[in-house]
Design a protein around this ligand. Sequence first.
Ligand code: VGL
Ligand code: ZN
Length: 201
Amino acid sequence: MKPMDEVLLVIDVQNDFMPGGALAVPRGDEVVSAINTLASQFAHVVLTQDWHPVGHISFAENHKGCHPFETISLPYGEQVLWPTHCVQDTHGAALHADLHIPHAQALIRKGYHADVDSYSAFLEADRRTPTGLTGYLREKGVRRVHCVGLATDFCVAWSALDAKAAGFDVCVIEHACRAIDLDGSLDKAWASLAAAGVSRE
Ligand code: VGL
Ligand code: ZN
């Protein structure tokens, strides 16, 4: 069993990211059993949940004439526009029913501000608004963060990079992640992770 100073961060294992979901990640369902097995080896598990209001700025349908998977410029930077997904309190936003981690201690919701996205579990896309996860992990004495979930090239990568920037040792456990892979985003993500010193396991 891994000690309490090593956390398993389980990112966005939600219905909308599963095959058939609103923003399906190819083979996203395959992470569920892999994560259940890993989680049984960690005393400390934290979950995240993408959690958007209906009017969220990342939804293509909230921008006249725009389509999903286009990129637009916003005051805080470039934003990919997505199909409407993970709307608060919907079935699509719920965690996958087969995810069984009864001992998970905390759940961080993100992306709940209408005017800013948050791929990262640590910092919103304005790169200034914290979710509170850094403080939680520090106060709990966490030293190492093991990242798994969906999607490798968006929420997993951004979370791992921010965890590393916050001073934690960080790894991404590849077999328990799946990617969206939009225009080479997966290769770019692995390159950024390597450059930042995040290990790939
Ligand atoms: C995600 C795109 C939009 C993710 C969340 O969980 O990787 N991707 N919202
Ligand atoms: Zn989202």
